[in-house]
Design a protein. Structure first.
Length: 226
């Protein structure tokens, strides 16, 4: 698979990560934080919602412990992504360490929706992950720099990440032969919005969906052969 073909695959993520990264950079600059913090946070943390949360907590003068706990709970969903990629990454070289680090929601969706040659899988996955992080870092730095020289109303732009993940999820649904897990997860998500407290909805819904999918994994898997 040629490099330009891989770049083409990542264009949907680029269209979301650059403007959203700019929103993060603008928010960072509005808090009078030097622009290079955007670069280092995006390089070493690389967690979109986690970085937005960190800025909010910084602004409210939260403690390091509070920031650590809040970030852990927010990104706990990545555990479920990681578990589903264990068999894929286990035979990779040292590069799997970066792949694990860079496994964002959107990168996970791209890796799952694109069929690649097994012989090139490690290289292609590495390039996809690195490109996605590059888009995020680029957007963050641009936003942080522009925030120091241009007035900008970034209200609502953070929703672009949600919109991007919805599009990738629909693509994953279309390419998968097993639709019941997806539909069950969507139903639990809607139920969670109605039943669970808003500040705990995400983690409780994810936990409930994970338990149901694990308990009924065999039954759901058998449907694909019927």
């Amino acid at each position: 698979m040629k490099f330009l073909s891989i770049v083409k695959v990542t264009i949907p993520v680029m269209m979301g990560y650059i403007p959203l990264g700019m929103a993060f950079g603008l928010l960072l600059s509005s808090l009078l934080i030097p622009w290079y913090y955007a670069f280092f946070m995006s390089l070493f943390i690389f967690a979109g919602s986690g970085q937005f949360l960190a800025l909010t907590l910084f602004a409210s003068q939260a403690t390091i412990l509070e920031i650590g706990i809040a970030t852990f709970l927010l990104n706990l969903r990545h555990t479920f992504y990681g578990l589903s990629m264990i068999s894929t990454f286990k035979d990779f070289s040292w590069k799997k360490n970066y792949l694990i680090f860079g496994l964002t929601d959107e990168t996970f969706a791209l890796l799952k929706t694109n069929d690649v040659d097994e012989r090139e899988k490690e290289k292609i996955y590495l390039i996809i992950t690195a490109l996605n992080q590059f888009y995020w870092v680029l957007g963050s730095v641009i936003g942080a720099v522009l925030g120091n020289v241009l007035p900008f109303n970034y209200k609502g732009i953070e929703f672009s990440l949600t919109a991007l993940f919805v599009v990738l999820s629909i693509d994953l649904y279309k390419k998968s032969k097993l639709h019941k897990p997806f539909l069950i997860s969507v139903a639990i998500g809607f139920l969670g919005m109605l039943v669970f407290p808003s500040d705990k909805m995400l983690i409780l819904s994810l936990s409930l969906a994970a338990m149901i999918l694990i308990l009924f994994k065999k039954a759901l898997s058998n449907d694909i052969h019927n």
